[in-house]
Ligand binder design. Structure first.
Ligand code: HEM
Length: 192
């Protein structure tokens, strides 16, 4: 059986957690409130990476790469609040997991970084809407679900790519073993 496409998997997960168009509208309504804080949240994201050598070591391109990464994270945040969670959205998110395998990032740091980003966003919302009304709680819940879905997507891509690479390495090892066996047979004298 063909594995489901990333978008089909995402839709399954949306249905699992009960995501609706209303949730999408609620998250989108936060956009003007959170956007002015993106730059500070992004600076905090990378400052924290600097404090963790196992996370920091995958950034090999110095300041130039960090400034590129800051732009990609800005785009990622802007899309999170766009209210459009279509196939293109999922494909771009999927690439994050693939890239993280390529660079050898321990997946645990993605979880930690997303948790930190989530706290930062929720603090911004709390500070600008101190009244704890149902509306604020409901909008926070929608953002939490969306961020959980994003993490699931990145993890899904990461695991899929990780397993694919593992299988390719196993196949290569098996071919190597077989080639070694054949070479050994060829070297044996005929009357052996
Ligand atoms: C909330 C968690 C994270 C998000 C949303 C995120 C997002 C992204 C995005 C959007 C890309 C670009 C993907 C593409 O090429 O299309 C990327 C690549 C990358 N990420 Fe992450 N990331 C996260 C966590 C981390 C952490 C903790 C590190 C630790 C150093 C990290 C290091 C990198 C690096 C080195 C690349 C490759 C960048 C390049 O192409 O130069 N990421 N990530």
């Amino acid at each position: 059986m063909e594995p489901a496409s990333p978008f089909a998997r995402y839709q399954q997960l949306q249905s699992y957690v009960g995501w609706t168009d209303e949730d999408a509208r609620r998250v989108q309504s936060l956009e003007p409130l959170v956007r002015p804080h993106f730059a500070a949240l992004i600076d905090d994201f990378y400052a924290e990476i600097e404090r963790h050598p196992d996370a920091r070591r995958v950034i090999t391109g110095g300041e130039e790469q960090i400034s590129r990464l800051k732009q990609t994270l800005h785009a990622w945040l802007a899309e999170l609040f766009s209210g459009r969670y279509d196939r293109q959205y999922v494909e771009r998110r999927w690439r994050v997991g693939l890239r993280h395998v390529e660079i050898g990032l321990d997946q645990v740091y993605t979880n930690a970084a997303l948790s930190r980003l989530r706290s930062g966003l929720l603090t911004v919302i709390e500070e600008s809407r101190p009244e704890l009304c149902i509306e604020t709680l409901v909008v926070r819940r929608s953002l939490n679900i969306l961020m959980d879905l994003d993490l699931a997507l990145i993890e899904d891509a990461y695991q899929t790519e990780y397993r694919r690479r593992q299988r390719a390495a196993d196949r290569l090892a098996a071919i190597g073993e077989m080639a070694g066996g054949i070479a050994h047979e060829l070297r044996k004298p005929l009357n052996d």
